[in-house]
Design a binder for this molecule. Structure first.
Ligand SMILES: Nc1nc2c(c(=O)[nH]1)N[C@H]1C(S)=C(S)[C@@H](COP(=O)(O)OP(=O)(O)OC[C@H]3O[C@@H](n4cnc5c(=O)[nH]c(N)nc54)[C@H](O)[C@@H]3O)O[C@H]1N2
Ligand SMILES: Nc1nc2c(c(=O)[nH]1)N[C@H]1C(S)=C(S)[C@@H](COP(=O)(O)OP(=O)(O)OC[C@H]3O[C@@H](n4cnc5c(=O)[nH]c(N)nc54)[C@H](O)[C@@H]3O)O[C@H]1N2
Ligand SMILES: [Mo]
Length: 654
């Protein structure tokens, strides 16, 4: 995610306001993507690369976490996916002279766009204490410095290990093993800023912190609510799925303070209809909600359904409610106390539109709610999402075709990273399996999430910060405090493909380790390696890069973690130190099938991993609510919850 620093001194009187775009993608989108691709990669590399996106035997698009269709046709990529690919497969390089020429303070004065445009990082770099320049160092020297700093800590909790969501399953699994082998659970990730509230709300109420729908469900739903999302820009392939749903007769409603162009009309670049006939109108009704008013809306819809039920319309799924849920009465009491005037104030929506929406829900036998940042990034997000759950449960909209919960994740493997154990508080059963597999005792005390990690660094409790991808200094809230916090450490280590702001905000010393991306061929001693990822709908599939890497001196994330583990866990005489995972790091770094064998024995749903992933089609992870209406919650049932508004009358954006 490239964020530009706000420009100073904008004269607002000179700003012009134009009418918003009314459609998205179409020919201009494709032309823009191709122009940028050829500019960054050259024509031949562009063709080679783009034809391999999301194809069998190709690589997984790192643009977003929306799943691929079953019948992949050539050019199943979107404008923004193509841009994300081009940004990684670019021919531009940060060469060895770059940091001699540019000091860190000079670079800090440049904007984020400039940093990103410098191209791929090509060699390990060190910023010495007191120096204003990075200088190249060898991989061995880099690992030695990091290992020495880690060994010098008084407690393993003095290190923090961040992960962004593009890291493969194999790398994520080894990374958490290394971190837990060191003795800490300090594993913050980008999800803390993203869909954390979805995980919390769903985990508590339905027993699994993931969505419950498949692409087929989206295609066959009768009603789809798209709330707090801008797929036209962020998940463009989702628009093809919505278009298909629409053709199958679905009603699609959008809930957003802004009438986002892609939601109003979508010109699918892959169909003649989309290219020439002006595209599909996606949204049947746009609910232009007040910021933060969603909780009130979802409760109001529940209340309207309750009124219909009490009038004898039979809109509730009584059988489902009886067999599979708990807590219904408390929720209904809450709804009865809801005041319609307060709802109108809080949502800013006309009562007639809310009633019309409830009528559509009542008429639908299968409803899906999709959501993203517009719902997850408020102070009352967990409560809002629990009210989404409540609403869908009333009509039994889970565990049946065309219905369910659809949190739309951001980074392409953010969901997989969590599945692999990138989380500061994994359940006990995960630790038990990890300990049994690797013959050690993993730490059980919960670690730091992002906010706690920043506080700990600010308070001088952290010596080493390591980022597996991402842009921690930029992506986290309260930039000034975060930057100061990072500067408080002894050593910051960033494993990155490209230059970004976080490389310019270091501890006393800073190290950059350049790494391979998804598009790069990953050749190890046993041959070309593939990795795996999990999309937003729990489907796991393989990803293989084909391009020549930007330099001969790059290591994959897997190899970096293994080499670091060897440097850290071996005594001077080469024997492993006490209570470390019994893992053959050297072998793992050369053959990723061995990593998948370990994953298969530790992570539920990954049994026979290699066989299931192999012919290239992947598999879908088990999901209790979706597959069998099984809910692993405190009551053993899907839980209704009563969620009072934080401030009665107007849930505030936070
Ligand atoms: N090209 C590109 N694609 C990306 C990314 C990228 O950086 N670039 N990042 C990826 C990542 S990590 C993520 S998380 C996703 C994000 O995907 P989105 O969640 O779609 O991203 P945002 O652009 O934050 O869009 C939030 C939407 O919520 C609306 N909104 C704001 N407040 C409210 C509210 O109170 N209620 C409602 N109902 N709506 C509200 C906004 O108008 C906006 O349309 O995108 C992924 N895809
Ligand atoms: N102001 C603001 N802040 C936000 C958001 C926002 O919309 N606005 N969105 C929030 C959200 S939803 C999220 S998910 C977070 C994202 O937070 P992060 O994931 O931390 O940030 P990104 O900007 O996605 O990280 C981009 C960097 O990752 C590195 N990179 C890219 N690909 C790879 C790879 O394959 N391997 C490795 N090792 N490195 C790679 C590159 O160096 C690149 O510069 O930000 C959050 N913060
Ligand atoms: Mo995100």
């Amino acid at each position: 995610m490239t964020k530009r620093a706000p420009k100073e001194g904008i004269d607002e009187s000179k700003l012009e306001i134009e009418s918003p775009e009314r459609s998205a993608v179409g020919i201009p989108g494709v032309v823009a993507a191709l122009r940028m691709s050829i500019d960054q990669m050259g024509a031949v590399r562009s063709a080679q690369t783009l034809l391999n996106v999301n194809q069998k035997g190709g690589f997984d698009c790192m643009g977003c976490a929306w799943p691929e269709g079953e019948h992949r046709h050539t050019a199943e990529f979107c404008e923004n996916g193509a841009k994300a690919v081009a940004a990684e497969a670019t021919r531009r390089r940060v060469g060895s002279g770059f940091f001699a020429e540019h000091s860190i303070s000079d670079l800090a004065a440049q904007d984020d766009y400039f940093l990103e445009q410098q191209g791929r990082l090509t060699e390990p770099l060190l910023r010495d204490e007191g120096s204003d320049h990075y200088r190249p160092i060898s991989w061995d020297a880099a690992f030695r410095i990091i290992a020495d700093e880690l060994k010098a800590m008084e407690s393993p909790d003095e290190a923090v290990f961040y992960t962004s969501g593009r890291t493969s399953n194999e790398a994520a699994f080894l990374y958490q093993l290394f971190v837990r082998g060191l003795g800490t659970n300090n594993l913050p990730d980008c999800s803390n800023m993203c869909h954390e509230s979805s995980g919390s709300a769903l985990g508590e109420t339905i027993g699994v912190g993931k969505g419950t729908v498949s692409l087929d469900d989206v295609h066959s739903a009768e009603l789809i609510l798209v709330a707090g999302q801008n797929p036209g820009t962020n998940h463009p392939r989702m628009l093809s799925a919505l278009e298909k749903a629409k053709k199958n007769g679905a009603v699609i409603l959008t809930i957003n303070p802004l009438p986002e162009a892609g939601l109003i009309r979508f010109k699918n670049p892959q169909t003649v209809h989309g290219m020439l006939l002006g595209g599909t109108e996606i949204s049947d009704d746009h609910l232009q909600i007040k910021l933060g008013g969603d909780q009130a809306l979802f409760q109001a819809l529940g209340k309207a359904l309750l009124e219909k039920e009490e009038a004898g319309d039979g809109v509730f799924d009584r059988e489902f409610l009886e067999a599979h849920t708990s807590g219904l009465d408390d929720y209904l009491d809450e709804l009865r106390g809801l005041d319609w005037d307060e709802v109108v104030t809080a949502t800013g929506l006309p009562l007639a539109q809310i009633r019309r929406t409830a009528d559509r829900m009542a008429a639908s036998k299968s409803t899906i709610v999709c959501w993203a940042m517009g719902l997850t990034q408020h102070k009352h997000s967990v409560a809002t999402l629990k009210d989404v759950v409540n609403l869908l449960l009333l009509q039994g909209n889970v565990g049946k075709p065309g219905a369910g919960f659809c949190p739309v994740r951001g980074h392409s493997n953010v969901q997989g990273d969590r599945t692999m154990g990138i989380f500061e508080r994994m359940p006990e059963r995960f630790h038990d399996a990890l300990d049994a597999e690797f013959g050690f005792a993993s730490p059980r005390k919960h670690g730091y999430d992002t906010v706690h990690a920043i506080r700990a660094m600010r308070d001088g409790k952290v010596r080493v910060f390591m980022g597996m991808g991402g842009n921690f200094a930029r992506a986290t809230p309260d930039t000034r405090v975060t930057e100061q916090a990072l500067r408080n450490t002894r050593l910051t280590v960033q494993v990155s493909t490209k230059l970004n702001r976080s490389h310019l905000v270091t501890g006393a010393r800073g190290i950059i380790l350049p790494t391979l991306g998804r598009t790069d061929r990953d050749r190890r001693r046993t041959g070309d390696q593939m990795v795996t990822v999990e999309d937003s709908m729990s489907a796991v599939h393989a990803s293989r890069g084909r391009l020549k890497p930007p330099s001969d001196d790059l290591l994959s994330e897997v190899a970096i973690i293994c080499r670091l583990a060897m440097a850290t866990f071996m005594d001077a005489d080469g024997s492993p130190t006490a209570n470390r995972p019994q893992a053959d790091w050297a072998a793992l770094s050369e053959d990723y099938t061995l990593v998948r064998e370990h994953i298969g024995r530790v992570v539920t749903g990954f049994e026979d991993f290699e066989q299931k992933i192999e012919p290239g089609n992947g598999f879908v992870l088990p999901n209790g609510p979706r597959d069998a209406r099984m809910f692993a919650t405190a009551t053993g049932k899907a839980m209704f919850t009563a969620n009072p508004w934080s401030t009665r009358g107007s849930p505030r954006a936070g």
